[in-house]
Design a binder for this molecule. Structure first.
Ligand SMILES: C[S@@+](CC[C@H](N)C(=O)[O-])C[C@H]1O[C@@H](n2cnc3c(N)ncnc32)[C@H](O)[C@@H]1O
Length: 864
């Protein structure tokens, strides 16, 4: 209240508070007195306002002055107030009074350079404020502004002398100073010039500083423009020449000859990472430059030149990998961000790597993990898909891989470590909120198929510890972060990496795979075969074991093939097409290696001869694969040829049957008449692919059934095999003719050839081939020789050695027996099999199942 009472705005108080040294004119004092407040009356100048503000800091300085026995003039308007105030011992009042009792002068105001400045900036002008009586001030500081400016300018000019323009100015000033006969000039011209400059006053200083600024700006501009820069350079010698003429000082000449220092033009800094991080297309550091170039070329060939695809975003779609399912384009995460950016998870203690807890460490060490893996890849392979370590899910390092880290592509965890040191986009994943599943994890960048995304790390505990935690610590929890890790151990990621937030899906886009890194097991989430797009939620199949019914949870993955609950995968037979590459590779490789060595993984990397074995493994596997492939191809080709031949043969047969039917009807009578005029040879069309020729020598006289003699001296299997089919058929045909038209020619008769027999006829060097070797039975009979020729379809070889001359009677007898003993007539026409009854014992006769032939490997084919 005291402050308020002493209202600063009243002129009365103003006068009462003005203090001045004794002997000073009151009028003059009142005219320069500082107003008591920061809001002075309008009648006072602005400078007064400034003074009032600046005085706050001066209280302490002036206090001593107050204590000195200076005459305080009593105010005529308020004679009581001043002594009261001083005797009141109210410190604030006293301070204010003392403050106001000191006359202050602002040098800037005096110099006419003061400006209207916000009060808060005025404190820096304190040094310019001189306190006390003006006369004293003038005496003690004869040329304060000059001195001040001079100092400043001296400093700046000495610094500015680096500039050629300023040097010019300085030298000119020095010359001017020399011309003047000043006693203050010393020997050093430069100093004298500077002093002179300082003395030249504010106007000169301002001119110099303006000139300096101008020169600097020009230099900057010229440096950013190369043309200007070069022109400046070309102009520089002229100016230096001019200077040489104008000045004889050698030091200055040296300075002048110096190249002016240019300002480096600003170059645009491109943001290398951010929106498209992880989507670099042109270069992959893992590959050689050559390979990168090849990849670039390959991509470029595929891209549309007319309408290029959105920048990098469809990189995955362009990959030539056939496993990749095409997916529609999605806007990058930064462009389309459907969820709030950062999610803060309460109570999540983050661990970046595994930590063995309790007995787990001892247990892990006790278990034998000596089955280290070793790879022998070439730099060209770059530890690709055939790398042994990769197949076995071992990370390559300097101990188990001959390649350098730059050459090797099988170091996912090392890659992850490097990425973790980068920014968030490098790391590439963040926590998000999902609908109905709690937190989840989404990608902030793209991931290539099978690329490592994030490690699932946490506390490695034993099963006992796990049970204890479940019973005691997590019994009320809804989410568990436990994952079966090794035989007897579990990863509890309640304290763990961000991977613990990855949700389950029945159609996942990632896989959780265990790797061995530096001899230790580690789990990590890898991208699936489709890769991952920016913004996608990461999921994997938990293959969840709920342990008890009450733990079963509803699945909300929302996929087509959702199983409904978080439960184990259904055990269906492995579909190799659908299986992901890493797991398929892993399973297949393990199996193969075990097949080859019979001893499982451990034996593969036996310390004695690992290299040999590995080389053998790969060579043998390749050889096996090639063999199997060849065989499969051969079989397929054989099957196709058989089918083709069978088709043609059946067509032929049908045609012959038609002709036969025709002939029977038309020529029946003719044949009857000309029964004796038998034609010797029947040749079937040779236009067919498989030419069929069978030579049958029939007796000239109509033999009586049963008059045939038993066949003697029939050689070997070939005949036996043939006999199983053809003689009987031939005989059958003959008998039919005989029965119908005994004398008729067998010209139009077709051999009883079935697709099955044709199939076997097509086969070379097979056991069955002998069974269809051309059969020539000839027997001179009364009716003359009839021949039915069946040449080999491919070779058309008629082997004379196999030709047997059988007497008519023998043939007939044989035929009769066959007819009598077998039920040949009742047999199907298409059957190529021989009635077993012909050979009583069947000894030496291959027992061919009906309608079945052997394939190239000697196995029976299925019925066509
Ligand atoms: C390892 S945590 C995953 C992170 C979890 N969402 C969270 O918020 O911490 C596993 C739990 O997430 C929930 N969860 C994961 N996938 C799910 C899904 N497809 N449907 C429903 N709940 C799911 C279940 O409660 C499960 O026990």
């Amino acid at each position: 209240m005291a402050d308020r009472n002493t209202s600063p705005s009243s002129t009365a108080s103003l006068h009462s508070l003005v203090t001045a040294p004794a002997g000073k004119d009151l009028d003059s004092r009142t005219s320069t007195a500082s107003p008591p407040t920061s809001t002075p009356p309008t009648s006072l100048g602005d400078e007064a306002s400034i003074l009032s503000e600046t005085s706050k800091m001066e209280v302490i300085e002036t206090r001593e002055e107050v204590s000195t026995p200076r005459a305080v003039l009593p105010s005529p308007t308020a004679p009581q107030s001043a002594p009261d105030a001083s005797s009141d011992s109210a410190p604030r009042r006293a301070m204010r009074n003392t403050r106001k009792s000191v006359v202050t002068y602002n040098v800037q105001i005096l110099a006419g350079t003061a400006i209207h400045t916000p009060t808060k900036y005025l404190e820096k002008h304190h040094e310019n404020v001189v306190h006390g009586d003006i006369q004293e001030v003038i005496k003690t500081n004869p040329t304060p502004p000059k001195k001040h400016v001079g100092k400043r300018r001296t400093k700046s000019v000495s610094a500015d002398l680096e500039d050629p323009a300023e040097q010019q100015l300085a030298s000119e000033a020095a010359q001017a100073a020399q011309r003047r006969t000043s006693t203050r000039l010393g020997n050093d011209l430069r100093r004298a010039a500077l002093e002179n400059l300082g003395g030249a006053g504010v106007a000169v200083a301002n001119t110099i500083s303006a000139g300096k600024e101008f020169v600097q700006k020009t230099l900057k501009r010229s440096a950013s423009d190369s043309r200007l820069r070069s022109s400046f350079r070309s102009a520089a010698p002229q100016s230096s020449k001019f200077k040489e003429d104008s000045s004889s000082d050698e030091d200055e000449e040296e300075e002048e000859e110096k190249e002016p220092e240019y300002f480096k033009p600003k170059t645009k800094q491109w943001l290398k990472q951010g929106l498209y991080v992880g989507q670099e297309r042109g270069f992959d550091a893992r590959f050689t430059e050559k390979r990168n170039r090849a990849r670039r070329e390959a991509r470029r060939a595929k891209e549309s030149k007319v309408l290029p695809l959105p920048l990098f975003a469809t990189e995955i779609q362009l990959e030539s990998n056939p496993r990749i399912v095409y997916q529609s384009f999605k806007l990058p995460y930064d462009v389309y961000n459907p969820l709030p950016r950062k999610v803060k998870v309460d109570g999540w203690v983050k661990l970046n790597r595994n930590r063995f807890i309790g007995d787990a460490s001892a247990l892990w060490k006790r278990e034998k993990h000596g089955d280290a893996s070793q790879c022998f890849c070439d730099p060209e392979d770059g530890c690709g898909e055939t790398c042994h370590n990769r197949i076995m899910a071992y990370e390559c390092d300097e101990t188990n891989c001959p390649l350098t880290p730059e050459q090797c592509n099988n170091r996912p965890f090392a890659q992850l470590k490097k990425r973790a040191k980068g920014n968030g986009y490098d790391y590439g994943v963040e926590v998000m909120e999902t609908e109905g599943k709690g937190y989840g994890v989404r990608a902030m960048r793209c991931f290539e198929p099978h690329q490592i995304i994030v490690e699932y790390a946490g506390e490695i505990i034993t099963q006992d510890e796990c049970e204890r935690r479940m019973k005691q610590i997590y019994k009320k929890d809804k989410c568990y972060y436990l994952m079966s890790f090794d035989n007897k151990m579990i990863i509890d990621a309640t304290r763990g990496t961000i991977a613990r937030f990855v949700n389950h899906s029945c159609e996942p886009n990632c896989e959780m795979i265990k790797w061995t890194v530096g001899g230790e097991p580690r789990m990590a989430l890898f991208a699936g075969s489709r890769g991952i797009m920016t913004g996608e939620e990461l999921t994997y199949d938990y293959n969840f074991d709920p342990f008890s019914l009450k733990n079963i949870q509803e699945c909300r993955c929302g996929t087509k093939s959702c199983r409904g609950v978080l439960g184990p995968k259904p055990k269906k037979p492995a579909n190799h097409e659908e299986r992901s590459l890493p797991s398929a590779l892993l399973a297949g490789a393990k199996r193969k290696l075990q097949d080859v060595f019979g001893g499982g993984r451990g034996s593969v990397s036996a310390p004695n001869s690992p290299k040999k074995r590995m080389v053998a493994t790969s060579a043998m596997t390749k050889a096996r694969n090639a063999l199997a492939q060849n065989e499969a191809e051969r079989e397929r080709a054989t099957r196709e040829a058989e089918a083709h031949a069978a088709m043609i043969a059946s067509r032929e047969i049908r045609a012959m049957q038609r002709r036969k039917a025709l002939a029977t009807s038309k020529r029946g009578r003719l044949l009857h008449k000309a029964s004796t005029a038998a034609k010797p040879t029947v040749r079937t069309s040779k236009k067919t692919v498989i030419n069929l020729k069978r030579k049958v020598t029939a007796p000239r006289t109509a033999p009586k059934p049963g008059a045939l003699k038993p066949v003697k001296n029939l050689p070997g299997k070939a005949v036996k095999g043939s006999l199983l089919q053809r003689p009987s058929k031939a005989a059958h045909l003959l008998s039919r003719h005989r029965s119908a038209t005994p004398e008729s020619s067998s010209e139009e008769e077709s051999p009883n050839i079935t697709p099955a027999s044709l199939r076997s006829a097509n086969k070379k060097a097979t056991p069955n081939r002998k069974a269809i070797k051309p059969l020539k039975l000839s027997k001179a009979g009364k009716l003359g020789q009839r021949t039915l020729e069946v040449p080999d379809s491919e070779s058309e070889v008629e082997s004379d050695s196999e030709e047997e001359e059988v007497p008519d009677s023998d043939v007939d007898a044989e035929y009769g027996k066959a007819v009598a003993k077998s039920k040949f007539h009742g047999k199907k026409k298409g059957s190529a099999s021989a009635p077993r009854g012909i050979h009583k014992t069947g000894a030496g006769v291959a027992k061919i199942p009906r309608g079945r032939v052997r394939n190239s490997r000697g196995r029976y084919e299925k019925k066509a």
